[in-house]
Design a protein around this ligand. Structure first.
Ligand code: SAM
Ligand code: SF4
Length: 331
């Protein structure tokens, strides 16, 4: 029988999110502070180191990998990395979360390299608000990126939208119209207290999945469906038969920890065992001490399962406990 990674709470870990860079061409207000210091290049895993660690995970039973960041598409050599990882025997799904800005240029290469699915972040369809929320993003580039990905044959493209009350909550129905018009899915994400920000007060802008769903249901009848993408989203479908799906990622109001099947590798090679806790193992130290060797990194990963925490606790009323930003965490 093939090996599996199982933690202390009997959860099978078969999904890894890999952050390939902490850098980004956007500065989303909920994800980063305006002035960010990024990691020096020498501290970032090389593409060869990422490949070695990914292979170790797949040999340990991981069947799904998501590449993320920062913005994965600004990492040099990303298409080559996709090509190498997609060829790993045993890997069933290789997906990516991107802000979409580089897709007009790269969608074709990514498809050819074997990327299976794309999640694209989009919080606003209004040019001015999009610029405000991303601090530097160009909406038309992202919309073109979505169309480029569709033209290359990516199916079930899913948008990710973080909704902030008073900022983009009045765009929820426009986003729903957009996904229905373009045959996309969407997940709405509750903002999480990762990293210290001063741009807005997270407690004041918080909008729960429940509130978002009620607002959508005033216009569109929906019912919950019993599917899992292997991630944290809970999915709903439209009763009028339209096949776009609407997901809700609710780290505050619902806890998805009980069925957590995933771990994260940060750009500098820290294996994070939980999104909302600091428990981690330094895999970069292991791969730099034993370059090119699979056995030591596999053992470090097996050992790490013993410290995967049972759950996280987020409380917007308290001081931020997790100082790392989402771009370093690998969302
Ligand atoms: N740059 C890529 C993108 O934006 O899709 C991938 C990395 S980004 C960190 C991954 C996802 O995390 C995005 O959908 C983003 O909206 C979400 N995100 C970032 N900071 C967040 C926060 N504090 N709370 C909730 N979601 C967050
Ligand atoms: Fe960049 Fe993604 Fe963070 Fe926005 S959410 S700043 S696009 S890493």
């Amino acid at each position: 029988m093939a090996e599996q990674l199982i933690d202390k709470f009997n959860r099978v870990v078969d999904y890894v999110r890999i952050s390939v860079t902490d850098r980004c061409d956007f500065r989303c207000v909920y994800c980063m502070s305006e002035e960010m210091t990024f990691l020096p290049r020498a501290q970032i895993l090389s593409l060869e180191e990422i490949q070695l660690i990914a292979q170790a995970f797949v040999e340990l039973g991981v069947s799904k990998i998501r590449l993320t960041g920062g913005e994965p598409l600004i990492r040099n050599g990303i298409s080559q990395l996709v090509s190498t990882l997609s060829a790993l025997p045993g890997l069933k799904e290789l997906n990516m979360t991107s802000n979409g800005s580089q897709l007009p240029r790269l969608a074709k290469d990514l498809k050819a390299a074997g990327l299976n699915r794309l999640n694209i972040s989009l919080d606003s369809l209004d040019e001015k608000r999009f610029k405000e929320l991303t601090r530097s993003g160009d909406l038309s580039q992202v919309l073109n990126g979505i169309q480029a990905a569709k033209r290359q044959g990516f199916s079930h493209i899913k948008l990710n939208a973080v909704i902030l009350k008073g900022r983009n909550d009045h765009e929820i129905l426009a986003l729903i119209d957009y996904i229905r018009q373009h045959q996309l899915d969407i997940s709405f994400i509750e903002e999480m207290p990762l990293g210290q920000i001063s741009e807005h007060d997270r407690q004041q802008t918080f909008m729960s999945s429940h509130e978002i769903r009620e607002l959508i249901q005033e216009q569109h009848a929906m019912e919950k469906i019993d599917v899992s993408s292997g991630g944290p989203s809970e999915y709903w479908r439209f009763l009028d038969g339209h096949n776009s799906r609407v997901g809700f990622i609710s780290p505050h109001s619902h806890n998805f920890c009980g069925s957590c099947n995933r771990v994260r590798l940060t750009a500098e090679g820290r294996l994070l065992l939980c999104l909302g806790n600091e428990h981690s193992v330094d895999l970069r130290a292991v791969v730099r001490q034993h370059p090119g060797e699979l056995a030591p990194v596999k053992q470090a990963i097996r050992d790490a399962m013993l410290i995967k925490p049972e759950r996280h606790y987020f409380n917007l009323a308290q001081e931020v406990k997790i100082l790392r930003f989402m771009n370093t965490t690998g969302g």
